[in-house]
Design a protein around this ligand. Structure first.
Ligand SMILES: [Zn+2]
Length: 265
């Protein structure tokens, strides 16, 4: 799916209106408005969907290098049932998570991607993927998102009280994928500082959590090559730059250079 063809949210048809909606929110590129109560964001996203007649259950994932977001914001979001997903490769990770969502959940379902168009996975049959608004630029998208949240917040109705969900305070770490979903924000922060996670992280990331990853985050830049490969195959013998194992049947390799024709052994 390209930037030009990524669908934008429209009024839901009766066929998709009651289906479950999964939301993938790249919070680093589409931030919580400054000074805005993060605990209201879930309400705003749900009201936004309702405004477009999406009335089915909603599951919201905050994804990306979420360690760049203040703990107080993450804790507040988590308390409202938004699921935290530590995914340090940003756009590449969001694509793989969307792909996995479509693999793991039976259609029909909707996917709202609050992320760059390049993060969208190819839609599978029965899945309705869309963005909240057309892409303009990274900077203008962030402003559009902030303005949208503020506008929806201003239109919240008294009856916009949404029930708590049983997903409260769940989290995932995409690097330590073999872990079950974590529960509780404190266990999330504990995990990120655990020797096991730090060891895994240092083995997979060549830069620090808080350093920019412009090569992978720049929406206007030339896309990095993305290679899917099954884990039974060998790693390239060249320096496996930015190799990241992933989930279930596939591993996910994003590299600065491709390795055409390089075999094992
Ligand atoms: Zn981890």
């Amino acid at each position: 799916m390209t930037r030009a063809t990524t669908p934008v949210m429209k009024k839901a048809t009766p066929e998709v209106s009651v289906n479950r909606t999964f939301v993938f929110w790249d919070i680093k590129s589409f931030p919580v408005p400054p000074g805005f109560d993060p605990r209201r964001v879930r309400q705003c996203i749900q009201r936004l969907l309702k405004n477009y007649d999406y009335s089915g259950p909603v599951t919201i994932y905050v994804v990306g290098m979420i360690t760049d977001v203040h703990d107080d914001i993450l804790r507040a979001l988590s308390s409202t049932g938004i699921i935290l997903h530590y995914a340090p490769y940003g756009t590449s990770d969001i694509m793989s998570l969307m792909f996995e969502c479509m693999e793991d959940n039976p259609p029909p379902a909707n996917i709202l991607g609050i992320c760059y168009p390049r993060a969208f996975a190819t839609p599978q049959s029965g899945f309705n993927l869309f963005r909240p608004f057309p892409y303009s630029s990274a900077q203008e998208d962030a402003i559009s998102w902030i303005n949208l949240i503020l506008a929806v917040s201003g239109s919240l109705k008294h009856e916009d009280t949404f029930p708590e969900t049983d997903e409260s305070a769940s989290w995932f770490c995409i690097l330590c994928y073999d872990h079950p979903p974590g529960q509780g924000f404190d266990s999330f922060t504990s995990h990120l500082s655990s020797p096991e996670h730090v060891l895994t992280r240092n083995g997979h990331l060549t830069i620090g959590d808080n350093e920019p990853m412009s090569k992978f985050e720049d929406e206007d830049g030339k896309p990095s090559p993305i290679v899917w490969w099954r884990p039974m195959f060998c790693l390239p013998k060249s320096d496996p730059v930015r190799v990241k194992t992933s989930y279930q049947n596939f591993s996910f390799l994003t590299c600065v250079e491709a390795y055409p024709g390089r075999g094992c052994g």
